[in-house]
Ligand binder design. Structure first.
Ligand code: GTP
Length: 252
């Protein structure tokens, strides 16, 4: 495919005013299926891509980690009697499908994008090379990290925390279907209250299910804040990046 149209970053002086310079967007595969029961809804992928384009237009460097729950879940495969490692590799292949869908949607909007996979599949995308990923982002390209960490037994949340640490990201933006962390599930308990800010330790000790414990510990160790926000709301990613949208910040 021809190189996508050039993306112009904002002047440095303008981007300095924003709280973030480089972020990792982590979203579950389920986000991409919209209201479908399985697979990919192209209109949702296009909408997410336009939100990412908005962030890039603000001069923010963005990389993405996506899950594969819309295609295949390693854990549920294993619970149905599959070998866990095989099920996890199937999940990693599912991530690659989502990564290519996102790349395609971003390039349709003129956003230069590179997919880098933790498991080599050279005919399809680049291998994961940290320094190359950094250069891509400095040039305003969106880097999508595919195939998780490349290892079974790790989640895409952990991949998000790992890549965000490696890429020196200012924050992990975890796009979910809720606008942050609550004392209880806000869909089930109307008295649940929203946290604007919470510590990594509180998330772990209260078992708040923001991300799995390995991911939270890794983010904590490397001092990468996690911003939980609602990705289903159009334009919300840019809003939260500007410090305006409703979210929960997990930090020390
Ligand atoms: P710069 O050299 O920084 O400009 O980066 P670049 O990505 O434009 O240059 P490169 O020559 O590395 O890549 C050109 C195109 O080939 C891009 O679309 C890359 O994503 C793609 N590409 C690079 N390496 C691989 C690979 O190993 N496999 C696949 N499938 N594509 C690759």
């Amino acid at each position: 495919m021809a190189e996508a149209a050039k993306v112009t970053n904002m002047p440095a002086a303008q981007s300095k005013a924003l709280p973030f310079k480089r972020v990792l967007l982590k979203m579950s595969g389920e986000v991409l299926m919209g209201n479908k029961e399985f697979g990919i809804d192209p209109s949702v992928v296009a909408r997410v891509a336009s939100d990412v384009k908005e962030a890039i237009g603000m001069g923010i460097e963005v990389c993405i980690v996506v899950g594969a729950g819309n295609i295949f879940r390693g854990v549920s495969g294993a619970s149905q009697g599959m070998d866990r490692t095989t099920a996890d590799y199937m999940g990693m292949l599912g991530i690659c499908i989502n990564a290519l869908a996102l790349q395609n949607a971003l390039e349709n909007l003129g956003v230069a994008t590179r997919v880098q996979s933790a498991i080599r599949m050279d005919a399809i995308c680049e291998p994961y090379i940290r320094r190359k990923a950094m250069r891509h982002m400095e040039k305003g390209r969106v880097v999508i990290f595919a195939a998780g960490t490349g290892n079974p037994y790790f989640t895409t949340d952990t991949t998000g925390a790992l890549r965000a640490s490696e890429m020196d990201c200012d924050a992990i933006f975890k796009g979910t279907k809720v606008d942050g962390v609550y004392t209880a599930d806000p869909f089930k308990d109307p008295s649940a209250t929203h946290f604007d800010k919470i510590s990594y330790m509180d998330v772990l000790t209260k078992d708040l299910k923001v991300m799995d414990a390995t991911a939270i510990s890794l983010a904590r160790e490397n001092k990468v804040p996690i911003v939980i926000f609602n990705i289903r709301e159009t334009g919300n990613f840019a809003k939260v990046l500007k410090g305006e949208g409703k979210c929960t910040v997990v930090s020390n």
